[in-house]
Design a protein around this ligand. Structure first.
Ligand code: NI
Length: 399
């Protein structure tokens, strides 16, 4: 496989990828139900002559490219959903859906994967095996990977390895157009918890007749933070954030309960399970010791994202050959953000790579999930090239 020729073909697709991206950027949709986005992707794939399955995991779209020779199936995954944010970029192709914006770059992921599909089709004869193109909804929540897996996206034909890509500035060390790769745990689990501290309300001047849930909560918050500072190995990252706390209605009334909500991020599954268990023990112990009671709900969301060594090495080598060694950055420490690509990586070996999309020289610096988020469009062909080349060369590396 001549990767330099493939690189040039990818460069020639740049304008087409930009067009797809701008079209998709104007029609952002949220969650699991993405009628316009799914229809757009379906049409683009059909126009290329690729067989398509729709409504996989509600609104997921799956294309299949069959190579000229038998071999394994390699999957490429792009997420499709946007965020409930009012766009303020002022771009000519800004969102036409009020209160909705592609503020995480998933529009570019779809466009780059369509570009990869086009390259793969052109090289179908050389392709050993099949490439499954997975367009997934609801990455930003409630999660689209799991429903697609339940709907059989990894079967028939069975997926042997998978690759996903994220654009932007999630890892600051990856400059514009470079590819960041990482080994092992790269992103954290994303869990949510709810605690209700139940006391007994009453007159603010007569605390002896009440059980004050505000004071119990004050003790509880400190104790929960100590699970991280005193029970977790200091060199292992773990986050416990209480983002919402609510209780009381008047300055002189002791309320009957206080509610807390928050998130836990871990990069190791055993530590994740451990803190979930220890949190409830602490909540139970403290509320009981202080004469109150509680409700505790811990919702396990996305698991830690863990890359497979062999697939990561393959993609890293491919990107080096394709774009030059200086364009590939090895990520040294994980981010505590989460990604539901992790569900695919739990089931099949694969990896998740990062395409630098911020570009301070062009003033493109705003962070993900901000109303002025944007990316450097000039990098798109590079993402497309790495996706297509990694899929095309995968079986070769295996024998
Ligand atoms: Ni994202």
């Amino acid at each position: 496989m001549d990767l330099q020729a493939l690189r040039q073909e990818a460069e020639k697709l740049q304008d087409q990828i930009v067009k797809w991206r701008r079209d998709l950027h104007q029609i952002p949709e949220i969650g699991l139900d993405l009628p316009k986005t799914s229809a757009y992707i379906e049409q683009a794939l059909r126009d290329m002559g690729i067989p398509v399955k729709t409504k996989v995991g509600k609104s997921g779209v799956v294309g299949l490219i069959e190579g000229g020779e038998p071999g394994p199936t390699f999957a490429l995954r792009a997420d499709m959903d946007a965020l409930p944010i009012q766009e303020e970029t002022g771009l000519p192709f800004a969102s036409r859906h009020p209160g909705c914006m592609h503020a995480c770059g998933h529009d570019t992921h779809m466009a780059m994967l369509l570009g990869a599909a086009k390259l793969l089709l052109a090289h179908r004869a050389e392709l050993k095996g099949k490439v499954k193109l997975i367009f997934q909804p609801a990455e930003e929540g409630p999660g689209g990977a799991e429903p697609m897996i339940r709907d059989g996206v990894l079967a028939d034909p069975p997926v042997e390895a998978i690759l996903g890509l994220h654009i932007g500035s999630i890892f600051k060390e990856v400059p514009a157009g470079a590819i960041g790769v990482g080994y092992g745990s790269l992103m954290a689990s994303l869990d949510r918890f709810y605690i209700k501290v139940i006391g007994k309300g009453g007159h603010g001047a007569m605390p002896e007749t009440t059980v004050d849930p505000v004071v119990i909560t004050a003790t509880l918050i400190g104790a929960l933070q100590q699970l991280v500072s005193r029970e977790q190995k200091p060199t292992h990252p773990l986050v416990l954030t209480i983002g919402r706390i609510q209780g009381g209605t008047a300055y002189n009334v002791i309320p009957s309960f206080v509610e807390l909500e928050g998130t836990v991020r871990a990069i190791r599954e055993d530590e994740r399970q451990n803190i979930a268990r220890r949190m409830e023990e602490v909540v139970a112990g403290i509320t009981q010791a202080m004469r109150g009671s509680y409700e505790f709900k811990y919702n396990f969301g996305y698991p830690p994202l863990i890359t497979d060594e062999a697939v990561t090495r393959h993609v890293e080598q491919t990107a080096r050959e394709l774009l030059g060694p200086e364009a590939v950055i090895t990520i040294s420490e994980p981010t505590m953000g989460g990604e539901d690509m992790a569900f695919f990586l739990e089931r099949v070996p694969g990896t998740f790579i990062f395409l630098g999309g911020a570009n301070p020289a062009k003033g493109i610096v705003r962070t993900h999930h901000s109303p002025t988020f944007d990316v450097d469009e000039d990098v798109f062909w590079r993402g497309t090239a790495v996706l297509a080349a990694s899929a095309l060369t995968w079986p070769d590396r295996k024998d």
